[in-house]
Design a protein around this ligand. Structure first.
Ligand code: AMP
Ligand code: FE
Ligand code: FE
Ligand code: ZN
Length: 278
């Protein structure tokens, strides 16, 4: 059993990197990739612990990118060694845009009569502060009854408090990942076709033209038919396939490491192919 899509509390998960290594071993995983949003901090902390504990750990990341004006998540993997300094410095720009958005987010919430400071959100994660942390602060201060409600009332894309964040074009992200020895994989492609199923394949085709190398065929939100369809695209477009649960700890309590909602099974050979390709 392997899991190539997980989050620690260095982004919007709730499990520390060290605990994630232990939980992965307890769950019987042979290999794990940490793919936090916009940061390698969780991977960097877990790497020596995984080596000591005998768990195969891959360096990964999940980026939010712009594709035709919509946000599309892109995974990247460095199967052999951790991502280098050049890619990490490209990330600094992404992180700067996040801070910029967070400052505007506070101002926008204030306009809506919500009295929340940047520190209130940063208390949950000072380095990678995002909307999930704003949501927790809104709940803690009584402005929303749940995380879900915080997104519905304030933070979600169709809510009045929504503040978009500057994200790199997906073509730039793909190019930068490849130029720095990584393998870009389209995350949970089921979301690509959610608004227009007919366009799904054409969009994958376009991303392949941009240099995409892999597609996440296996994911907790994919039905068996989805897995089959995305595996077929992989064959047609000569892409690698990746797979993971998208584990977020208590922030997505129905998703378990390795098995997702219980029926996910990610073939070990995906990882072997990924290693061969890098
Ligand atoms: P950010 O990158 O700071 O804009 O935050 C995006 C993250 O917020 C996503 O990766 C999700 O984990 C989370 N998120 C977005 N929309 C929702 C929602 N409606 N309910 C719960 N979490 C959400
Ligand atoms: Fe997330
Ligand atoms: Fe995602
Ligand atoms: Zn994810």
């Amino acid at each position: 059993m392997i899991d190539l899509h997980t989050h620690t509390d260095e982004s919007d998960g709730t499990t520390s990197p060290g605990d994630l290594v232990q939980e992965a071993l307890q769950a019987g995983l042979e290999a794990l990739a940490i793919t936090d949003h916009d940061t390698f901090a969780g991977y960097d902390e877990a790497a020596p612990l995984a080596r000591e504990a005998g768990l195969e750990l891959l360096c990964g990341i999940e980026l939010s990118t712009d594709f035709h004006g919509r946000t599309v998540h892109l995974l990247a993997y460095w199967p052999e060694e951790s991502a280098g300094a050049a890619f990490r410095s490209w990330l600094d720009d992404v992180i700067a845009a996040r801070f910029e958005r967070n400052r505007l987010q506070v101002a926008r919430l204030r306009e809506l009569g919500v009295n929340l400071s940047l520190e209130d959100a940063q208390a949950y994660n000072p380095r990678m502060t995002g909307r999930p942390h704003f949501a927790r602060a809104l709940v803690a201060k009584g402005y929303a009854g749940s995380i879900d409600q915080a997104f519905r009332l304030y933070l979600g894309e169709s809510a009045p408090g929504y503040v978009p964040r500057r994200t790199p074009p997906i073509s730039e992200a793909i190019r930068t990942i490849v130029a720095n020895g990584g393998i870009p994989s389209l995350a949970h492609p089921i979301r690509l076709g959610q608004r227009n199923a007919g366009e799904e394949k054409r969009w994958v085709d376009e991303l392949v033209g941009n240099g995409l190398r892999a597609i996440e065929a296996y994911h907790s939100d994919h039905s068996p038919a989805d897995i089959e369809r995305f595996s077929r695209y992989a064959k047609q477009f000569h892409l690698l396939t990746t797979g993971g649960s998208d584990f977020h700890g208590e922030n997505k309590p129905d998703i378990q490491l390795g098995v997702g909602r219980g029926n996910l099974h990610i073939p070990r050979e995906l990882l072997d192919h990924l290693r061969h390709a890098s």
